[in-house]
Design a protein around this ligand. Structure first.
Ligand code: NAP
Length: 241
């Protein structure tokens, strides 16, 4: 009798977890490959983006512009920002841009807030995307990470995301809608540890937990917070939030 009961419980649990697993696989395939993209303009007509002068951030900027969003470009190099603005104007005549010059290494949290609050004043901000980030130039032991690199990782990967979010979130709370996307990394989410990139992966763990917790805190204010950890092509991420 006792054996039959235990086997019954094991059977029910097995079916339950198998069902959950299959459901999450099917959902994942649907979300990544088939779910239609959201209308991003429903959050607001402007997006704010950091790390927009190179790499992933630059690609995201053009994707957002192609969806009809005006863009506040945040970066440390005025010339690079200007070049991105000009290119957007050339490709998308109706899209407006605004440059905000901030060096996340040099400016304090309070200065970041001040520049952003001034930069976005009066704009219908719907989306914030935190892309700016730095990594190790090459793999190394934690004790080999020099002071400058350590400072950059903490300032750019942690401080910038925190202060950018703190500066933009009040606008979203007031409007009761908004989306914040933080570009994380597989190093903090896919693999159990990330030796030789320890500090980089740890900064991305911070971003991961920040995003998950904010998502729960601000859901009731209509604000979606999402951390993107997979680079499934530079554009696919837009389908995910
Ligand atoms: N590439 C990958 O395979 C990969 C994988 C996983 C996650 N990620 C994450 O994705 C994000 C973008 O990566 P990426 O490879 O596209 O980087 P990237 O090409 O090196 O571009 C980094 C961006 O961040 C900006 N930035 C760096 N330091 C800054 C500072 N002190 N102040 C203001 N802006 C600063 C850069 O500005 P400048 O143009 O002025 O240098 C640039 O626009 C990062 O957060 C990274 O951790 C990347």
């Amino acid at each position: 009798m006792a054996i039959e009961f235990i086997l019954g419980v094991v059977y029910v649990l097995t079916v339950f977890f198998l069902f959950k697993f299959i459901r999450s696989v099917i959902r994942g395939i649907w979300v990544v490959f088939f779910r239609p993209a959201k209308n991003l303009k429903k959050y607001g007509s402007w997006a704010v983006i950091t790390g927009c002068t190179d790499g992933l951030g630059r690609a995201i900027v053009f994707e957002l512009a192609s969806k009809g969003l005006n863009i506040v470009l945040v970066g440390r190099d005025p010339e690079k920002l200007k070049a991105v603005s000009i290119e957007i104007g050339r490709r998308y005549k109706l899209i407006e841009t605004k440059d905000v010059v901030i060096d996340f290494l040099k400016h304090s949290g309070a200065e970041i807030s001040k520049f952003i609050e001034e930069g976005i004043e009066g704009l219908d901000i719907g989306i914030l995307i935190n892309v700016a980030g730095v990594n190790y130039p090459t793999a190394r032991y934690f004790h080999e990470v020099d002071e400058d690199l350590m400072y950059s990782l903490l300032k750019v990967n942690i401080d910038s995301v925190t202060w950018m979010t703190k500066s933009v979130l009040p606008v979203m709370i007031r409007k009761r809608k908004g989306a914040i996307v933080n570009i994380g990394s597989g190093s903090s989410a896919i693999i159990p540890s990330s030796p030789l990139f320890t500090l980089y992966a740890s900064t991305k763990c911070y971003m991961d937990q920040l995003s998950r917790s904010l998502h729960v805190e601000y859901k009731k204010y209509g604000t979606d917070v999402h951390v993107q950890v997979y680079n499934i092509g530079k554009l696919k991420f837009l389908l995910l939030f």
